[in-house]
Design a protein around this ligand. Structure first.
Ligand SMILES: *[C@@H]1O[C@H](CO)[C@@H](O)[C@H](O)[C@H]1NC(C)=O
Ligand SMILES: *[C@@H]1O[C@H](CO)[C@@H](O)[C@H](O)[C@H]1NC(C)=O
Ligand SMILES: *[C@@H]1O[C@H](CO)[C@@H](O)[C@H](O)[C@H]1NC(C)=O
Ligand SMILES: *[C@@H]1O[C@H](CO)[C@@H](O)[C@H](O)[C@H]1NC(C)=O
Length: 377
């Protein structure tokens, strides 16, 4: 064999070897994962929506929250009837999933939304912080999602999934605390669905038991599925108050399941099945509740809105202007006027007006108690 053709064969072989990895087979429906080469950074290669707009989950932080009085309490219909039925619990390779009866639905979202399924997201034993939504940057231990579809517009969840106003999800944040007998009605069957594809029928119970205290307090925003295909079709309701499950219950959830089938030679534990929080530019989260005053010692009137952004800034300016004016009797009355117009707070206005009525020739020294009042407001 001439040297030249040997050389050509070697080059061909090299090219073939080199071509293979640069031509990866596309991901299949269930191939996506949370870590490794098929982890969330790669989702958008096979599922373009994952790299698109309106993605979930998000961090629920003060700057993007807006109180909205039109957010009424939701009606949970058919939840207790669910006690008479059997539920099917499944390990779908990504989460623990419970099929919900169709006569369960929510009212209060404009359209009627029939129930489809619920599932959970969690962390691992060493980092038991696996909620998807975070509040002020803080993860909760786990998160439950109840998925509904718009049954006024669509015949079932698989049709609704990529359609406008197709889905609604109720999210329950879960923290470590005391034993939760209601959640145990699911968790006590973990051993029967250890591997992907396994399913078991479990006795029905009232799904309403899984909801937290005061479900009328919630966050509301427009977002997406948190798993591929990440369609931006979800109306999110994240309940403000978490539910508690015990440390043992959480640990059972974090250690019982596998993403892989029973015969898989390289088993993968089902852990950390939560997506990172997504960008939230140009969006607002409406909240159905007014925030309580954080400091119990605070007895002043409430701002009547979130003390963020402008409100917070005007407070600071008001206090500074008030102090300058109170300390310097030679400062012009216009400074007081300016302070009063900037403040949204009636009590401070009254204080400053009282001060203006008091002897304006008093020195700063003798005004010290009043100044302290202004500062601690
Ligand atoms: C995708 O699915 C097809 C058929 O279900 C299967 O033959 C193929 O091997 C899968 N590909 C990957 C990358 O999993
Ligand atoms: C309150 O929320 C509704 C949707 O639930 C929205 O249409 C409305 O514009 C919001 N109101 C304000 C003042 O943002
Ligand atoms: C939604 O649930 C109600 C009550 O069970 C049922 O009558 C209706 O047919 C359901 N809608 C769809 C689209 O299945
Ligand atoms: C959903 O509805 C469509 C259209 O009616 C039907 O073809 C499909 O089989 C249904 N899917 C499921 C999962 O029921």
């Amino acid at each position: 064999m001439p040297l030249r053709s040997l050389h050509a064969a070697a080059v061909l072989l090299l090219v073939v070897l080199k071509e293979q990895p640069s031509n990866p087979t596309p991901l299949n429906g269930s191939k996506w994962t949370y870590i490794g080469p098929d982890g969330e950074k790669s989702w958008s290669k096979s599922y373009p929506s994952c790299g698109g707009l309106m993605q979930s989950p998000i961090d629920l932080q003060d700057d993007i929250l807006q109180y909205n009085a039109s957010l009424v309490p939701l009606g949970f219909q058919g939840y207790s009837e669910s006690a008479n039925q059997q539920f099917v619990l499944t390990n779908n390779g990504h989460s623990l999933k419970l099929k919900l009866p169709k006569d369960m639905h929510i009212q209060g979202l404009g359209a009627r939304y029939n129930a489809s399924q619920l599932h959970l997201h969690w962390g691992d034993q060493n980092e038991p912080h696996g909620s998807e939504h975070t509040v002020g940057g803080k993860h909760f231990a786990a998160e439950l999602h109840m998925v509904y579809y718009n049954s006024d517009l669509y015949p079932n969840a698989s049709i609704a999934i990529d359609k406008p106003e197709g889905l609604a999800v109720l999210a329950v944040l879960i923290e470590m605390g005391s034993f939760n007998p209601s959640y145990d009605k699911i968790f006590s069957h973990l051993k029967d669905v250890k591997y992907k594809g396994q399913e078991v029928s479990i006795p029905g119970f009232s799904i309403e038991e899984l909801l937290p205290k005061r479900p009328e307090e919630y966050y509301r925003y427009q977002g997406s599925l948190t798993t591929p295909p990440c369609y931006p079709t979800v109306l999110w309701t994240v309940f403000r108050n978490p539910v508690e499950i015990s440390q043992q219950q959480l640990m059972d959830l974090e250690t019982a399941l596998y993403c892989t089938g029973v015969e898989d030679p390289s088993p993968r534990e089902m852990i950390n099945n939560f997506r990172q929080v997504q960008k939230f530019d140009e969006r607002l989260v409406y909240v159905s509740f007014r925030r309580e005053v954080p400091d119990p010692a605070y007895t002043g009137p409430s701002l009547g809105m979130w003390p963020t952004g402008r409100a917070c800034c005007s407070w600071v300016i008001t206090v500074i202007l008030g102090v300058i004016w109170a300390c310097d009797s030679s400062s012009p009355p216009s400074l007081l006027l300016c302070a009063i117009t900037l403040t949204p707070d009636p009590l401070l206005t009254v204080c400053l007006t009282l001060r203006s009525l008091s002897d304006s020739k008093m020195s700063c020294q003798s005004n010290a108690p009043l100044m302290n009042d202004v500062i601690t407001l």
